[in-house]
Design a protein around this ligand. Structure first.
Ligand SMILES: [Zn+2]
Ligand SMILES: [Zn+2]
Length: 354
């Protein structure tokens, strides 16, 4: 039997997600005395609550309505959680919203919401959809000026699949139902670079974080990022004096609760702009390392971006550095605010900030 979020109560359009628990219970008590019907066919509507917790309107059993959404209870539950959350946070929300691109192509969004000048859509893809189709639909949203996020149904095992095609322009995450706990779980983002596994977060908590800007793309255009370099003190092979060498350069997203690590680079992979930052005399003086520059290596038979001795500028080779790498005695610089330039060899990934 088709079900929905909308009913007409005493000539007014009422969405189920707009009513809180108490209001919903009150409606269930008194709906028999009200004029209440489904928007599709004017059959009497019955307010119900699913096992998962979705508040919805069902057709009276006598109905012969043929309007079918073809959506599963899980799919409805996902949409319900988002609609409710956005409504409670001041968004004007519409499920199954029909819109158009400037060139006249139509689209229908699972969930469409507006607040001030922001326009967003959220798509829950419970049935399989090809990557090409997802990209094609996303193009329409981009052309219409709507920021759209996708949740693709997967299994816990396949939660990695979305990484193959997610980007800043295509925020796509995975979702599945944990039947044991009646819980929707979302993945497709990392806690930080050092973590080898993806997050597994309760769906609505992930949505809340996303809407608060706490799920971020590492290469978000023009976003402020932080750079921190890590050094070991070694003895220069040539002049025998102590010098610091930069062993790794780490990148972070700065946020209210701290810094989320998003990447690690060797100095050889740094962008020109970031090498210039590291070669600032003030930094060199306070952290006591030689400038990062190309030095000729007999071992490699070529010049490469390298550490040098702060006293005699002798190349402190990459092989040597790997040998000397000492995490126990690593010294860290302060966080330096940077922009990530296209020259950087940093991967685009989504990060969830706790
Ligand atoms: Zn109907
Ligand atoms: Zn030296």
């Amino acid at each position: 039997m088709p079900m929905g979020f909308l009913s007409i109560i005493e000539s007014k359009e009422i969405y189920s997600f707009m009513l809180n628990d108490e209001q919903w219970n009150r409606l269930k008590d008194k709906y028999k005395n009200l004029s209440i019907h489904m928007p599709c066919c004017e059959t009497r509507a019955i307010p119900k609550k699913s096992k998962l917790g979705t508040q919805y309107f069902a057709h009276h059993p006598s109905s012969t309505c043929s309007v079918h959404t073809g959506e599963s209870r899980e799919h409805q539950f996902c949409k319900y959680l988002i609609l409710k959350y956005l409504h409670e946070n001041g968004w004007t929300v519409t499920p199954e919203y029909r819109g158009q691109t400037p060139s006249g192509e139509t689209w229908i969004a699972d969930i469409y919401a507006e607040k001030d000048k922001a326009k967003i859509a959220i798509e829950i893809q419970w049935s399989p959809q090809s990557i090409e189709e997802t990209k094609r639909r996303q193009e329409k949203y981009i052309a219409s000026g709507i920021r759209t996020v996708w949740f693709m149904r997967t299994t816990p095992k396949n939660k990695w699949d979305v990484l193959d095609y997610q980007s800043y322009e295509l925020p796509v995450f995975s979702i599945w139902l944990n039947r044991e706990h009646h819980q929707l779980i979302t993945s497709g983002a990392f806690y930080n670079w050092d973590e080898s596994d993806l997050v597994e977060i309760e769906f609505i908590n992930f949505v809340k974080a996303l809407m608060s800007g706490n799920v971020q793309y590492s290469l978000k255009p023009n976003a402020a990022r932080s750079l921190q370099f890590a050094m070991n003190t070694i003895q220069c092979w040539k002049c025998k004096k102590p010098t610091n060498t930069i062993m790794e350069v780490n990148y972070f997203i700065p946020h209210a609760n701290g810094f989320t690590k998003i990447y690690r680079l060797d100095i050889e992979d740094l962008s020109h702009e970031h090498i210039d930052i590291l070669n600032h005399p003030k930094l060199i003086t306070s952290y006591q390392y030689g400038p990062i520059k190309k030095r000729f290596s007999k071992t490699r038979g070529e010049a490469y971006l390298s550490n040098g001795c702060i006293h005699c500028d002798a190349l402190q080779g990459a092989f040597f550095a790997r040998h000397e790498y000492d995490p126990q005695n690593m010294k860290y610089s302060h966080f330096i605010e940077v922009k990530i330039d296209p020259d950087s060899k940093i991967d685009g990934l989504w990060f969830y900030q706790e």
